[in-house]
Write a protein that binds this ligand. Sequence first.
Ligand SMILES: Cc1ncc(COP(=O)(O)O)c(C=O)c1O
Length: 376
Amino acid sequence: MINQDKTLKTLQNYSDALNVKNIPIGYPGNQSFNLDKFFSWWGKDLSSYILNNAGNPEDIGNYAFHTKAFEQDALRSMLDYCFLDQKSYWSFIASSGTKANIQGFFIARNYLSSFGKPIFYLSKEAHYSLFTAANLLDVDYRVIPCLPNGEIDYNIFEKELEVDRPTCINVTLGTTFKGAIDNVEKLKDICKRKKIKKIYFHADAAFFGGYLHFFYPNLYNNFDSISISGHKFFGSPIPFAVFFCKKNIKDEVAKLSIDYTNSDNMIIDCSRSALSPLILWWHLSVKSKDIWLNEAKQMLDNASFLVNELNRRGIAAFCNEFSSIVYFRTPSQKLCLKWSLAVNKYSLEGSLAHVICMQHVSKKVLQDFLNDLDNE
Ligand SMILES: Cc1ncc(COP(=O)(O)O)c(C=O)c1O
């Protein structure tokens, strides 16, 4: 066996280097989560088990080493947190928002296919995981251009709608780059006017899904499925996501039962993490809704502080309503690297960068960033 201390030293060098890196402010991850007590328990008591939550959270097979009771509890808390009815939804914890988006399109395709050849709509600013999903599932899809703020262009959507086909619409609640929120009510009205018979609405709420319902309490009820990443608003050292789907739709498409897991085969993955459900369970147990709401309010407040400060400096900066993503023309590469700013090229606006005011991006952090910008 190779010396473990030497191997550990390599890891130590890696974490030491992380410690001196600047605070990242360009990506949607809450870096101020506190899981110290949780991980000291995990390391002491659980790190030598192979735990696996394979199959549906509510189906218990013969393999006894899992955390499904905690997963069920976390999902009940999450439904409650999101103001969703416990009885109407089927849910599980997926390995990422990407996987939960693919899962949403997978269920939509299977459900809609019994009514004809479905067509999927997604905006140009939708996350690439939805393009991956459409490609993987080999479905017909249309990409709808966006308004300048990143929302789907409703007029073009209306013109592009194929009225005779079962329809799946991806609605982004917080686009990756500009933080735009597609208006599901407007999309629903258009579909009603056009007399679309079978529609499935999927919400990609990867980041904003952690808080948007506080400001629009009935919003999530509009959707047949919803994907919310766990490592973004809530914070986690490993990625995961919560996937919700209307129970009646899931039951309609879940035909095949798998003896091996004592479960149906609706979840794309077989093995699933037993750790991420515990992380969500911990987060929702130790912090009340009010604390999460206050964090969200602080993030939005910090985002408007940054917009004002940038505008005051003559830099045009934008931020959508209920978004903590501030975008503006790309500063120097040195600054982008130092602060881990994400950058995107637009045909009209050119190269843009964004800052995401997550919980760890305080006004003090923003002020340090602005000082660097002033010294450019
Ligand atoms: C809007 C949106 N959807 C989906 C994803 C993918 O989520 P994940 O990183 O959990 O796979 C992201 C990631 O940033 C995102 O911004």
